[in-house]
Design a binder for this molecule. Structure first.
Ligand code: MN
Length: 728
């Protein structure tokens, strides 16, 4: 049992006598206030704040922090008011206690909401005094150490919150010791089974390991001693959580993670760090590309060290960290080292005061910006440099890569949500799907059952998950559509032979598949649909042997087939003939396998032709489009098309208007267009000479008739002097 006498004994080593007395006085006050209260374990309540103070004393925090730590639950859990603390102690201590209470006090409707709101409050709390966070972290650490006394459900919730919120904060503050312990305890509570299994493997593996690590340490120790460098060499145990993380992230086995040995060397000066490194690289061969100099360029949380990886005996990889004793303090205690130094006056050299600098900057921003919004922004960016935390409408926190969009978010929530998402709201406002989400926003995804991923999303999603799923979906979709189109194209080309894909001789199919090195008929159809194989040629290959079988008819049939083929290819439409010789009909619902050229924007009613674009399928152009003039010279590349009678969708078309500059003309024209029930997809302006302006609209129409009606209506607007359809 850790008692107040033990704490005072600890404090004697680094605090003034009257400061220790003040801490004791706080204890007496706290013990009195909590009198009669018990923890779930059955011990008197005061043991908890005492244990919190101990954690902070180990970090050598100042005496006011320790007083506040001992008192941290009195406002929250007893009848004590803040004013009493001001009277009894002082404003500083009272503010600290108040700050910690405010973090704890907040109660909410739902747990999800509580988690989200706590997160914001935590960061806000830093605005007043960073020591509030340190006390809260110590409080959380002790609660995690004693979490076994709670219900399993509550354990999991608290542990998850710890991993989601407190661990990243401890990490940003450089408080590595607290961070790794929180991680380990959190892991144990969230995944007790996995923890147990890993622990068992760890205990088993440790035996063999001892000898090897001892050998390595001795070898290094002897060598640096020979070189006149005095340092402390120690082996580093990997914690379960970091082993678990590595196994998951890098998909490694336990042995693969565990077989990496880790050594730390502490020396006195910076100069000795580099000399030690030189000695090490002489002793064992360094792994190329693994050396990192965090002394010259410290991490943002103030961490400094030299990192390298060596090939040890028998090729065992050894991870080595070399740093000074002072750097070691910062590496373990992070921002708390700042107070350590203030209290003991044993100067931590200034080169490793990066964290202090960060803190000073924070305080400066806080002072200069009266309200905390700007401050909050910079803190958030600083705390989580590579991630953005956003909230689901239920208040659940989602962690995504910085720069993620609502589509990334949707896929992070669930693949089905990603695949069917059509729109997004950020903080209740509709936004384009390509919008980059900012820290703390609430994101809502609107879905529709019939919706499908849009290939354009690939231009802006940044998470691997979203990218993979969109690609996968499109590939399946494209294949499905390609097969349908391929079948239609092939059937049409088989008609002259009086054949169809359904009546083909299976032997012929197999033979053709074999020569083309394709697995099955679907592969063949998809190849045709994608424009990788010409249907005309495939049809001939499929038909010929069946003609050959009937030798008598062979020549005759071939001739007939060739003639029909020619007729179909070059016959004017009035010739009629068989129905199937008419051009391929398009409906507009073929999906991504049929594309409409953006240069001429064909709409139903336009004479159109299509050409094969390998791997993409058919691109539809207006017959007169200048971009297909060359293609037309090579008849094997293009395809006569016609429109299905009633296409099931609308098509974009571009119209250009010349208007005299009158205020409000844009609105008048736009309303005329929508009066004719056409959607405006885009509008741009082209100022000619200040008097005349060109308006360029992209509108969605059903067909040419629809477009003609719209143009007639728009022409009636007085300010419109000219209107025409824009075609390449
Ligand atoms: Mn507490």
């Amino acid at each position: 049992m850790f008692l107040i006498s033990d704490l005072c004994h600890m404090l004697d080593s680094y605090l003034e006598e009257d400061q220790v007395k003040e801490v004791y006085r706080a204890y007496v006050f706290g013990a009195d206030a909590h009198e009669g209260q018990l923890r779930r374990s059955g011990e008197p309540y005061i043991y908890h704040p005492l244990a919190v103070a101990r954690i902070l004393a180990e970090l050598r925090m100042d005496y006011k922090t320790l007083m506040a730590a001992i008192l941290h639950d009195v406002i929250e859990d007893t009848a004590t008011a803040k004013e009493q603390l001001i009277n009894e102690f002082d404003e500083e201590v009272a503010d600290l206690v108040d700050g910690v209470s405010k973090l704890t006090q907040i109660t909410f409707e739902s747990r999800a909401e509580a988690q989200a709101e706590n997160f914001r409050k935590l960061i806000l709390a830093m605005v007043q005094d960073i020591r509030v966070i340190l006390i809260k972290l110590a409080d959380r650490l002790h609660n995690m150490r004693t979490i076994g006394n709670l219900q399993p459900e509550k354990q999991r919730r608290i542990a998850k919150e710890t991993l989601d919120i407190y661990v990243p904060i401890a990490s940003r503050l450089g408080m590595n010791n607290i961070k790794i312990e929180l991680e380990d305890l959190g892991f144990k509570a969230v995944h007790p089974m996995r923890y147990e299994v890993l622990q068992a493997s760890l205990l088993k593996a440790r035996g063999n390991r001892k000898e090897i690590i001892h050998k390595i340490i001795t070898a290094i120790d002897e060598r640096i001693f020979q070189e006149g460098l005095h340092g402390r060499v120690s082996g580093r145990e990997k914690l379960l959580y970091s082993i678990y993380q590595k196994m998951r992230k890098k998909n490694l086995s336990f042995a693969e993670v565990f077989d990496v040995y880790a050594v730390r060397i502490s020396v006195e000066t910076v100069d000795m760090c580099y000399r030690t490194l030189g000695v090490l690289h002489n002793l064992y061969k360094p792994l190329p590309g693994k050396f990192k100099d965090y002394i010259a360029i410290p991490k943002t949380n103030g961490y400094q060290s030299l990192h390298t990886v060596l090939f040890g005996p028998h090729g065992i990889p050894i991870e080595v960290q070399v740093r000074t004793n002072d750097m070691n303090k910062v590496a373990e205690a992070g921002i708390a080292a700042h107070w350590m130094y203030k209290n003991t006056n044993d100067a931590i050299s200034h080169e490793n005061s990066q964290t202090n600098e960060w803190l000073r900057e924070l305080l400066e921003i806080q002072k200069s910006s009266g309200n905390s919004i700007e401050f909050l922004e910079s803190v958030k960016v600083d705390l989580f440099p590579d991630v953005v935390y956003v909230f689901t409408p239920a208040g659940e926190i989602m962690e995504l890569q910085r720069g993620s969009t609502p589509v990334d978010f949707a896929y992070a929530v669930h693949t089905d949500i990603g695949n069917t998402c059509i729109a997004a709201k950020i903080d209740r406002q509709l936004v384009p799907l390509r919008t980059q989400m900012q820290m703390g926003q609430t994101v809502e995804i609107i879905t529709a059952n019939s919706a499908k991923p849009n290939p354009a999303w690939l231009n802006f999603v940044i998470t691997g998950k979203a990218r993979t799923h969109i690609r996968h979906f499109l590939k399946n979709l494209q294949r499905g559509e390609a097969i349908v189109l391929g079948k239609r194209l092939l059937d049409r080309n088989l008609t002259p032979y009086r054949l169809s894909t359904d009546t083909l001789n299976p032997e012929n199919i197999d033979r053709v598949l074999e020569t083309l090195r394709l697995k099955n008929i679907d592969d063949l159809l998809s190849e045709i649909g994608l424009g990788n194989r010409m249907p005309l040629i495939v049809a001939r290959q499929l038909a010929e042997p069946s003609i050959a079988r009937n030798k008598n008819n062979r020549k005759k049939s071939q001739k007939a087939a060739a003639l029909k083929n020619m007729l179909y290819r070059y016959a004017p439409s009035w010739l009629g003939g068989e129905k199937t010789s008419t051009p391929l009909a398009i409906t507009g619902t073929e999906g991504i396998i049929v594309n409409y050229a953006r240069c001429c924007r064909p709409i139903p009613g336009d004479p159109v032709i299509g050409y094969f674009s390998a791997g993409k399928g058919i691109v539809v152009h207006v017959d007169t489009c200048t971009n297909v003039r060359d293609v037309k010279k090579h008849p094997e590349n293009w395809l006569e098309l016609r429109w299905e009678k009633e296409p099931q969708r609308e098509f974009p078309v571009e119209i250009r208007l010349e208007v005299t500059n009158q205020r409000g003309v844009l609105a008048t024209v736009a309303s005329a267009i929508s009066e004719m029930s056409a959607n405006i997809e885009n509008v741009s302006l082209d100022d000619r000479d200040g008097r005349i302006t060109d308006l360029i609209f992209v509108i969605n129409v059903k067909d040419r008739k629809h477009l003609a009606k719209i143009m007639r209506r728009v022409r009636r607007v007085d300010e419109v002097s000219k209107i025409y359809r824009q075609k390449a």
